[in-house]
Ligand binder design. Structure first.
Ligand SMILES: NC(=O)c1ccc[n+]([C@@H]2O[C@H](COP(=O)([O-])OP(=O)(O)OC[C@H]3O[C@@H](n4cnc5c(N)ncnc54)[C@H](OP(=O)(O)O)[C@@H]3O)[C@@H](O)[C@H]2O)c1
Length: 280
């Protein structure tokens, strides 16, 4: 597995296994176990996915040593406060049965409860302080954000001692978020691509279908290769063993510059939700 290097020098595998909407228990255990068996070394979960325990069990039971696995979790919207975030980090470590996570993210920048009080900046600053402390204590190897747009990042920079190492946002064919990507790159922030298959919406896209034929690859592999060639880190989710395996086979071909540009502009694939307008 090839790696990207974060701004703090930490190596991060170029593709991660997504676990949103995979129920805790047998389903997440089997999916993550299969992913680790067939070559993934990077797993993405979150407090709100409510499957940290199953993810942790799959990691503990895998043949890979803990240090060979890159594990991410995310702080949920009801923990945007120094004390609450601090306690929730320990709770996540306990649920995951690990001594540290490799990456910890603030999941969304503007929880509705704080938005109503115009307190989102202070909420992020408080959570970030707890994350910086956890980083210094070795409970997390890197810290970052998710769903942060430029104004959320600029607000965080006002109080942050450490700049985010990662921003995890929706990046998929038809949603290249060019302005945000360019801003993050200026600040040394790696872009992780969530919903890289548009939560399934890519499969009906005629251009993706045409390119799959052209390259002799699956539609999923075309979308994931687009992500890699854009310099993103895709996080495909699957509960289907064959799909889990197929999604790793993206390091042996290259899309042309013209085809990347066509994929940039496709229509009908999921778009980034406006984090200042979500209902949670
Ligand atoms: N930070 C955030 O706010 C945020 C938000 C959304 C997602 N994420 C992260 O990003 C991950 C991925 O995003 P996502 O869950 O929205 O979905 P996604 O990975 O874009 O798409 C998943 C869908 O594609 C199907 N699929 C996967 N591989 C396939 C293949 N090779 N052929 C055919 N179908 C295939 C899956 O079905 P099967 O399961 O049946 O294969 C599922 O229906 C999440 O799991 C999560 O870790 C983060």
């Amino acid at each position: 597995m090839e790696n990207y290097t974060l701004s703090n020098g930490v190596q991060i595998p170029k593709i991660g296994f997504g676990t949103w909407q995979i129920p805790d228990g047998t389903e997440v255990y089997n999916s993550v176990s299969h992913a680790l068996k067939v070559g993934y070394t990077h797993v993405d979960t979150a407090q709100i996915y409510r499957n940290e325990e199953g993810v942790g069990r799959a990691i503990a039971d895998s043949e890979l040593a803990r240090e060979k696995i890159f594990l991410t979790t995310k702080i949920w919207n009801d923990k945007h406060d120094y004390e609450l975030a601090k306690a929730s980090i320990d709770e996540s470590l306990e649920k995951l049965s690990v001594d540290y996570v490799d990456l910890l993210l603030i999941h969304w920048p503007n929880p509705i409860a704080l938005r109503e009080k115009d307190a989102w900046k202070a909420g992020n600053a408080g959570a970030w302080k707890a994350m910086e402390e956890a980083y210094k204590l070795g409970k997390v190897r890197a810290i970052g954000v998710s769903n942060f747009m430029i104004h959320h990042l600029e607000a965080l920079f006002e109080t942050a001692e450490i700049k985010p190492h990662v921003n995890q946002v929706l990046l998929a064919p038809g949603c290249p978020q060019e302005e945000l990507v360019s801003f993050c790159r200026q600040h040394g922030i790696l872009l992780e691509a969530y919903s890289p298959l548009g939560t399934g919406s890519i499969f009906d896209n005629p251009i993706a279908q045409e390119l799959a034929q052209k390259y002799g690859k699956s539609i999923a592999q075309i979308a994931l290769r687009w992500s890699l060639q854009k310099g993103f880190l895709p996080l495909p989710k699957s509960v289907t063993p064959k799909n889990i395996e197929d999604n790793l086979q993206i390091f042996d071909f290259e899309l042309s510059t013209e085809d990347i540009a066509r994929l940039d502009k496709v229509e009908g694939v999921s778009q980034q939700k406006n984090p200042d307008q979500v209902s949670f």
